[in-house]
Design a protein around this ligand. Structure first.
Ligand code: SF4
Length: 488
């Protein structure tokens, strides 16, 4: 797609707007009108008292255009012009594709946070009409924002100035899912690194605990995620979890292990997880349609998921989450509904519904890349999940959005009462510091009593993590320096 923004500097925002409709298209900025199959032109023309805003879109054989005016003395003139051009382009896309994105022109990651800020500024009605009229957000998504922001608020209010959560990364999986951009291509090669990786990880955890003690930080929650942590053997898991319980005060704290793929779950591993302090696990079917599982490269069946879930219940896990994905290749609306119904029948404590995000590094090639039809279907899927789960007492409590999702939808955590994942809320809301260990982990330092955030990145891949371990440890010095600087 060619995009010509004339007399304005809104490239960043208008590109994001186009990505709502064309998430996988290369967008080229041009310095003059340069026609292509998909071509947009925006123009800002300022006269004495007002500014004319113009947008034009050519989409293969169809075209659409809009003209509006903004007074030159309008409040927040620069932002207002940007918003109006975004609305114009949005309407152009709707006119030629017929697809009305439910989030309107909102492209941010945390709509509930923005909604909450508007509520604080002018109350609920103000926030509601702002979302509806200024951003063209649908009523259903506004309702979702309201529900999540209220429930998130109850959780974040329990965090204190010296709170932190611990994240531990196990970036290994038995095989690679076709839509994954996270783990390295050579899963088999990577697995050979597990023993060495674990040694380094344990060292990092011990040092991180010392740093937490030095800074008088109080643990709130623990999350072992991945990848698939249950790729580790039962012995490896036990060693890892013992190091965590010996070095951190996990007593009475939320402690999640993302068991993840059912093909890695065994009774022995579940026992280890339970006996070593985990209070919550996640068993992630993604879909209960075996054909779709095959298409996305997951080597387990829906029955494996059911068996893993029932086994976990038998062993006493009373807080089990299940992850689903809307918009998977080859999945249909009917099949997705079947997935939601079958998962709900198991009575999980929480369900997280992700919208498929297609990243460049995934194995899905351009032929698999969904276009509008799949976007419309994915939107119907997430709406169905919202309605069905809510009817069954599994209601939304946190939400975030990612770029390049099929249908420009959101990811929503649903939970029954008192079974929310606090960690998920803390990380998304950036409520408090997250001390993170392992490859691809990112420590986020939050200023106590303030809003400044600083990040410390670990190396992404296990081999990089192992080879640069001393560098990773030296970066951790910044944690104490940060608290010295910002402690109240
Ligand atoms: S389980 Fe998750 S991290 Fe592992 S390959 Fe699949 S999508 Fe990637």
């Amino acid at each position: 797609m060619n995009l010509f923004n004339q007399n304005n500097t809104y490239n960043y925002e208008l590109e994001k707007l186009c990505r709502i409709f064309l998430p996988f298209e290369k967008i080229i900025f041009t310095e003059q009108p340069t026609e292509s199959d998909v071509y947009a032109h925006t123009r800002l023309t300022k006269s004495d008292s007002r500014t004319q805003l113009y947008s034009f879109l050519k989409f293969y054989t169809q075209t659409a255009e809009f003209v509006d005016f903004v007074e030159n003395d309008a409040e927040d003139y620069y932002k207002e012009c940007e918003r109006v051009l975004a609305i114009q382009l949005f309407k152009c896309f709707v006119a030629v594709t017929g697809y009305v994105s439910p989030w309107g022109i909102l492209t941010g990651v945390r709509p509930a946070k923005l909604y909450s800020a508007l509520c604080k500024k002018g109350g609920k009605n103000y926030a509601r009409s702002f979302f509806k009229e200024k951003f063209l957000v649908s009523d259903k998504k506004i309702e979702l924002c309201e529900k999540t922001y209220e429930r998130e608020g109850e959780i974040t209010s329990q965090s204190e100035k010296d709170s932190f959560s611990l994240y531990v990364s196990i970036p290994f999986c038995p095989t690679r899912c076709s839509y994954c951009s996270f783990v390295s291509h050579s899963v088999e090669m990577a697995k050979k690194l597990i023993p060495e990786y674990l040694e380094k990880l344990i060292d990092e955890i011990v040092i991180t605990a010392q740093i937490a003690r030095t800074n008088n930080l109080k643990l709130r929650s623990v999350y072992i995620g991945g990848g698939t942590p249950t790729t580790l053997s039962a012995e490896q898991l036990e060693r890892l979890m013992k190091v965590i319980s010996e070095n951190f005060d996990i007593e009475g704290k939320e402690y999640t292990v993302e068991a993840g793929r059912p093909d890695t779950i065994t009774e022995e591993k579940l026992r280890v997880i339970k006996e070593n302090g985990a209070t919550r696990i996640s068993i992630n079917p993604q879909t209960m349609n075996d054909e779709v599982l095959n298409v996305i490269g997951r080597k387990h069946t829906s029955d494996d998921t059911v068996n893993a879930f029932l086994l976990a219940r038998k062993l006493g896990f009373d807080n089990i989450n299940m992850d689903l994905i809307a918009g998977l290749p080859s999945d249909t609306f009917e099949s997705f509904c079947g997935t939601v119904e079958r998962v709900t029948a198991l009575k999980p404590d929480s369900v997280t519904v992700h919208s498929l995000a297609l990243k460049r590094a995934s194995n899905l090639n351009s032929e698999n890349i969904p276009r509008f039809e799949s976007g419309v279907t994915a939107s119907k899927m997430v709406d169905f999940a919202y309605d069905f789960l809510s009817q069954h007492g599994i209601t939304p409590y946190y939400m975030y959005r990612q770029s390049k999702t099929v249908g420009n939808n959101e990811n929503v955590g649903y939970a029954t009462a008192f079974k929310e994942s606090f960690y998920n809320v803390y990380i998304m809301d950036e409520t408090h510091t997250i001390l993170a260990c392992g490859a691809s982990a990112v420590t986020k330092l939050r200023q106590p009593g303030g809003s400044y955030i600083e990040r410390i990145f670990n190396y992404k891949y296990p081999y990089e993590y192992i080879n640069n371990f001393n560098e990773i440890l030296s970066r951790k010095d910044r944690i104490t320096a940060f608290y010295d600087e910002y402690r109240i």
